[in-house]
Structure formats: C-alpha cells, structure tokens
Write a protein that binds this ligand. Structure first.
Ligand SMILES: Nc1ncnc2c1ncn2[C@@H]1O[C@H](COP(=O)(O)OP(=O)(O)OP(=O)(O)O)[C@@H](O)[C@H]1O
Ligand SMILES: [Mg+2]
Length: 240
C-alpha cells in the first residue's frame, strides 16, 4: 500500500534519512524503532508531504506521492498523528474530533460523521466522558487519545503515528498500545514510529530499526525483539 524507495532527506548539511526503503501492506501494523534523532519524525513528515526528499520515491496505492501537496495526501487517506499532537487547544474534545473529519468533506459541506464519533468513544471511553472538555485541559494521555481519535475521524487508509507513547506514564502507555492493538484487530493499516522498542515490537507485524537515518535491521516484531542487539540498543529505554 505504502512504499518508501531509497529515500534521502537533508536539512541543509544535515542528512536525516539516507537511502531508506520500507513498505507497509494493507492491514499491517509496521513499527519503525529508533532512538532520538534517528530520523523517525523526518520519515513521517516526508510521507505526509511536510518535507521534500532529496532523492528516492514514496508510492501510495501504486502512485508516486512526491508531487502531491500535504492536503492532497490527507485527502487520499494518509492520516498523521503528529509528535506534538497539534490539537486545537481552546476547542472541545468533540469539536477537535469533528475537525478531523474535514479532510474528507467536499466544497465546505460538513462531512457525514454519524458512527465515527461512537467508534472513537468506544476505543477511548475517557474521551466520551470528557466530550465537552476543552482540549488544552486534558491530561497528556487524553490528548494523545484525542490526537489518535481525530486521525480516525478522517477514515484513513493508513495512519502514521509519531511516538504516541512519548512522555506518558507507563499505565497510560499501556492504554494507548491496547487501543493500537484494537485498531490492528480492526484490520487497519498503521505505520508507527517509536523509541519504546518493547511496546512497539510487541504489536508489530513487521518492524524496522532506524539508526542515524539508515534502516539497519528489519523483520517480524517478535523476531527483532528476540535479538540481543536490538534489546541492548534499547536497554536504556522503557522495557515494560
Ligand atoms: N527542521 C530541521 N532543521 C535542521 N535539522 C533538523 C530539522 N528537523 C530535524 N533535524 C535533524 O534531523 C535529524 C533527525 O531528526 P528527527 O526529528 O527526524 O528525529 P527523531 O527520530 O524523530 O527523533 P526524536 O525521537 O527525538 O523525535 C536530527 O539530527 C535533527 O536534529
Ligand atoms: Mg521525532
């Protein structure tokens, strides 16, 4: 469904991604693990159309995305849960969710959202209880749930998640990963980038390890987690 082919991205003299190739098939949860500065967010941004690659190609459903702007990629069904969540802080939970549906509206008409809100509230009951709460007053974990919920409202073909566990307490991280596991069972297609190798690899159908902008390993989630080199690489991280 999504193919990254020999992709390189630079910021001035800094090469953030070097010759990265990976793929995500329909219905797969693919996890890319890498430490700080490995280039994880850069990959998500390149897929979303927010940075321009120096070399390589990105294909979605067989077509190159490189010439398509970010809003066209969103409309085509690529939905991003960004690193900093980017919620509308002074709006309510429900209004943030409804805005998530707008990427699939046409000519300014309100999109059909019946059923979508209920799905999000089923996945995250805490959001249902807080549906009228102002987004900036939610806890960090609830804000992450809202960011995922908003992405779901666009009825994405593929979801790109940038470190949903970052900065959250272990119990909340567990809730977030349980939700991602449910999305996996629904047959959704997800590319997740994570520093939390233990949690990420546990839910991954397939995984890649990104180090200093290069893919250094790939394999099944449990296969990679069984490798001493992967564990030692992330020993400093969260091993719950
Ligand atoms: N706008 C930018 N200008 C210059 N350099 C940048 C820019 N954005 C990222 N970089 C550099 O590119 C490299 C990769 O950054 P990126 O944000 O993709 O890493 P990451 O894997 O997401 O890290 P983290 O886990 O800390 O979020 C880093 O060396 C970073 O300093
Ligand atoms: Mg990042």
């Amino acid at each position: 469904m999504l193919e990254v082919d020999h992709l390189s991205v630079s910021y001035g003299n800094i090469v953030a991604l070097r010759d990265v190739s990976l793929r995500v098939e329909s219905g797969e949860v693919v996890v890319l693990i890498g430490s700080n500065g490995a280039g994880k967010s850069t990959l998500i941004k390149a897929l979303a159309g927010l940075v321009t690659p120096a070399r390589g190609d990105i294909r979605f459903l067989g077509n190159s995305l490189l010439k398509r702007p970010a809003h066209a990629r969103a409309r085509a069904g690529i939905s991003v849960v960004p690193e900093n969540r980017r919620l509308f802080g002074d709006m309510t939970v429900v209004d943030n969710l409804l805005l998530g549906a707008y990427s699939r509206s046409s000519y300014g008409r309100a999109p059909e959202t019946s059923g979508d809100l209920e799905q999000v509230f089923q996945l995250f009951p805490r959001l249902a209880e807080r549906r009228s709460q102002i987004a900036s007053t939610l806890s960090g974990g609830e804000q992450q749930m809202l960011a995922i919920g908003r992405a779901l409202m666009s009825r994405p073909k593929v979801m790109l998640m940038d470190e949903p566990s970052v900065g959250l307490a272990p119990l909340i991280v567990r809730d977030i990963f349980e939700a991602i596991e449910k999305l996996r069972h629904q047959g959704r297609t997800i590319l997740l980038v994570e520093q939390n190798a233990a949690a990420g690899l546990r839910i991954a159908d397939r995984a890649y390890v990104l180090e200093l902008g290069r893919v250094t390993l790939e394999g099944g989630g449990s296969e990679l987690w069984a490798m001493e080199s992967v564990r030692s690489l992330y020993l400093g991280g969260d091993k719950q």
